[in-house]
Design a protein around this ligand. Structure first.
Ligand SMILES: [Mg+2]
Length: 128
């Protein structure tokens, strides 16, 4: 999936699930959206502290399985939900929704920033 598609899909799902009001056109509080992304990272560190780590390859296997609805949900909850990877995925999904909502071409910004970083000094001139 390309980044642009990820952003559109995350935003469309958020609209469908009512995060943009009943008509799907409601305004969002940008500060709240950013803090919800931070909260997912907070959940990720708690998962890491608990050693809650999904088995390597399990997400792809589950996603590509023929399981549907309740069976998919049940297995997802058993093997992935609340793992560190799941919380990082939540942060990405929320970031993708925000980028789509704010019409940010994040792929271009990531590429431009990485090229900029390539030219920076070791540790970007800082101690760590
Ligand atoms: Mg979460």
């Amino acid at each position: 999936m390309e980044i642009k598609e990820l952003c559109a899909r995350a935003h469309n799902t958020a609209v469908e699930k009512g995060f943009y009001g009943t008509d799907g056109c409601g305004d969002r509080n940008i500060g709240e959206m950013l803090m919800l992304i931070v909260s997912e990272l907070g959940e990720a560190i708690e998962a890491h502290r608990k050693g809650d780590w999904a088995e390597l390859g399990m997400a792809r296997k589950l996603y590509e399985s023929s399981l549907k609805n309740d069976d998919y949900t049940r297995l997802f909850r058993d093997v992935i939900k609340d793992s560190m990877q799941d919380e990082i995925a939540d942060a990405f999904i929320r970031l993708a929704d925000l980028c789509s909502y704010m019409n940010i071409d994040i792929e271009s910004h990531i590429l431009a920033k990485m090229k900029y970083n390539d030219g920076r000094e070791t540790l970007h001139g800082k101690k760590y």
